[in-house]
Design a protein around this ligand. Structure first.
Ligand code: NAD
Length: 368
């Protein structure tokens, strides 16, 4: 196979700072593990607007469609707040997701032991937690028609439509089952089949895909509200959770807070397989451009570094190397090194963005 290709879009605010650390990690895998990537870099968000008057140029969009994976930093910032909606930095990100048809959003909630005290839940509930929420990203109530604010009689009505086709449900279910096979072989599907027809269809289709194509994977169903409660009560009962766009939006944020800081959370958005068998893929930290700390060396690069670990696992089939990188992060955290967002009363050694990247590189060296 030819050298895998990566398009890097650092974006705005802390995006370029955290991406600088990821570039060091990518280079390390090339030099020390024989895992070379053909890396190109381009502009997105406010940076692209400043250069081209658009948050994502057609040329960059075309490049994103060609590469094996896109790695994005963050977009946005107060200086762009007054721009017209059509050219706001976020539109660049939305265009990438839409045109690449990235229908499966993967949001892991993983709690490193060293950070278990950051959770609002008790240590034993979250320590060692490792679950994955798969959220349908391109359909459902955020896109369904009809929608709008209409007038009925003498009052206005806000209207949105929850709409899912069988094929939309089946493809995201397949993503969840494929993932489960690489993990603990267990999927829990969440909807509201008790009160929504779209939920009844969701449950039926997920069950059918499992019975016909993934009989080896254990499948359970849960109402999404009960799922929210169970996530806070005993999250370790789950492995992969698959759910729709709206419930996934809520549940993935609930799960995220189980694990502490925004600076720790990676994500992946995957689409259909390309000709070479790899899925269309965009990897990005969950956090935004953090304008309040941009340019000060305070940003935590771990969310972006763990997003690259997801790329290793899900785009490049390098699960063992992804494990190596995650363990290196864990080792650095266990040693007490912390960026500012992870500093707590009981201490730890404060480090800058660059020092955190270097410490992870040293831990990678030590893993050989
Ligand atoms: P944010 O995620 O940028 O920041 C929220 C808080 O978390 C801030 O106090 C910030 O300093 C802190 N934080 C975030 N990431 C951190 C990191 N890696 N290390 C240390 N601290 C970190 O959210 P916000 O302030 O609501 O939004 C700021 C800008 O980012 C806005 O323009 C928003 O539209 C944009 N945004 C972009 C994305 C994206 O690119 N995917 C996501 C969310 C928000």
């Amino acid at each position: 196979m030819s050298t895998p290709s990566l398009l890097i879009l650092p974006g705005d605010g802390i995006g370029p700072e955290v991406m600088t650390e990821v570039r060091k990690i990518i280079d390390w895998f090339g030099a020390r593990r024989g895992l070379a990537f053909e890396v190109s870099e381009d502009l997105v968000g406010g940076a692209a607007y400043d250069a081209h008057g658009t948050p994502l140029s057609d040329a960059t969009m075309a490049k994103a469609q060609e590469v094996d994976a896109v790695l994005l930093g963050a977009v946005g910032g107060p200086i762009y707040d007054d721009l017209d909606f059509s050219v706001k930095p976020e539109r660049g990100l939305l265009r990438l997701r839409k045109e690449m048809d990235l229908f499966a959003n993967l949001r892991p909630a993983q709690c490193f032991d060293a950070l278990a005290d950051f959770s609002s839940l008790k240590r034993d509930v979250v320590a060692g937690l490792d679950i994955m929420i798969v959220r349908e990203l391109t359909s459902g109530i955020y896109f369904g028609e009809p929608r709008g604010i209409i007038t009925e009689g003498n009052e206005r009505v806000g209207l949105n439509t929850q709409r899912y086709t069988e094929s939309e449900i089946a493809r995201v279910a397949r993503s969840a089952f494929e993932l489960a096979r690489k993990r603990s072989n267990k999927v829990c599907s969440m909807e509201k089949a008790n009160v929504m027809e779209s939920g009844i269809l969701w449950r039926e289709v997920v069950q059918k895909v499992r019975d016909e194509e993934y009989p080896d994977v254990e499948l359970s169903h849960m109402y999404a509200d009960a799922g929210g409660m169970q996530l806070c009560r005993w999250p370790k009962q789950f492995d992969v959770i698959v759910t729709d766009n709206l419930f996934g939006d809520l549940l993935s944020d609930v799960a995220a807070m189980l694990t502490g800081s925004l600076g720790m959370l990676p994500s992946a958005s995957l689409g259909a397989p390309m000709a070479n068998g790899r899925p269309k893929a965009l990897y990005e930290p969950v956090h935004g451009s953090a304008p309040d700390i941009a340019g000060q060396g305070k940003a935590n690069p771990i969310a972006c570094i763990l997003s690259f670990a997801m790329a290793l696992r899900y785009s490049f089939d390098q699960g063992a190397e992804a494990d190596r990188l995650e363990k290196a992060v864990e080792a650095v955290l266990s040693s007490g090194k912390r960026t500012a967002d992870l500093m707590q009363a009981e201490g730890g050694t404060p480090v800058s963005t660059g020092e955190m990247g270097d410490a992870i590189l040293a831990a990678l060296d030590a893993s050989l």
